[in-house]
Ligand binder design. Structure first.
Ligand code: 0O2
Length: 265
């Protein structure tokens, strides 16, 4: 007899491992470029009842072999702010499929995650209006699904899911039509958000440059070079809105810092 908790335990461990890979990568992005592509991560194991229902819909029995055919028994949702963040997340998943060699003896480390299938419901939304990018992966024979989507796509999908539940799977036609047009609005919202992403990136770049600039001024002031710091402050007033000029000013100020004073924190 199949004991549900025993069956899903390795999947739970797998999801925790994948989740921590995403979290680590996200912090590296944040540290290196001041921006992280992942907004939120959710993961879940399908409930026994829901797995039973799905298998019976597919005409399959409730056993170990049939459960292996449910690609979303273990599922993870990676939610991004912008559509343009999605390829970054896909790139991360792809990087896990490369064999890793251990430092000792060069043996292959078996934490490799392979992509079994990709489904792009963003380029080709489902007739309901559902949009998301699905990646079906597997590690050591355990299959799981990663859904990558924006906040707008996630909002739509979770609302539609809730309505499906409320109407017992049979959403009335007028509600379905409304949902479809909201999905189109969500698509337009995502496109508009991608447009302003450029501004967000510029804002991040500017604040990083200003951090470096003020750090240099602080050192100059505390190393007997306050007159230089004052001079830079005056120049900053003129270049504040010009990213390139701000960049060269920050480099110049950093170069004026006496040797040995600059510390990377
Ligand atoms: P839940 O409760 O999220 O787990 P297939 O055998 O591949 O043909 P399957 O497995 O239904 O059929 O694949 P599909 O269509 O890729 O759906 C997998 C999951 O994607 C679903 O799991 C949903 O999470 C999500 N999804 C797909 N289509 C829709 C949709 O129209 N609306 C919403 N809200 N979500 C969708 P479950 O088991 O259906 O649901």
């Amino acid at each position: 007899m199949l004991i549900w908790n025993h069956h899903v335990k390795p999947y739970e461990e797998l999801l925790l491992d994948v989740r921590s890979r995403f979290e680590k990568a996200n912090s590296i992005f944040l540290r290196q470029i001041g921006y992280a592509p992942i907004e939120t991560i959710k993961h879940r194991i399908k409930s026994e009842e829901s797995a039973r229902r799905k298998l019976s819909k597919k005409g399959l029995g409730f056993d170990e072999k049939s459960l292996k055919q449910l690609s979303d028994l273990a599922g993870m949702r990676v939610i991004c702010k912008f559509t343009e963040d999605i390829p970054e997340v896909l790139g991360l998943i792809k990087s896990w499929s490369k064999p890793k060699f251990s430092a000792v003896g060069g043996a292959i480390v078996s934490d490799q995650i392979d992509i079994v299938e990709e489904q792009d419901f963003i380029r080709e939304p489902k007739p309901s209006g559902y949009r998301s990018y699905h990646v079906i992966c597997q590690r050591n024979g355990l299959v799981f699904e990663v859904q990558v989507r924006t906040i707008a796509m996630d909002f739509w999908a979770s609302t539609e899911h809730m309505l499906k539940y409320k109407y017992k799977g049979d959403i009335p036609k007028d509600v379905r039509e409304k949902l479809k047009s909201i999905a189109d609005i969500a698509g337009t919202l995502d496109m508009a958000m991608d447009d302003i992403r450029q501004d967000v990136n510029l804002g991040t770049a500017k604040s990083r440059l200003l951090d470096q600039f003020y750090k240099a001024l602080d050192i100059l002031e505390n190393s007997g070079l306050a007159f230089k710091a004052e001079n830079y402050k005056e120049q900053l007033k003129r270049v504040h809105n010009d990213l390139e000029a701000l960049k060269s000013l920050a480099i110049q100020a950093k170069e004026d810092v006496p040797p040995g004073y600059w510390r990377t924190s």
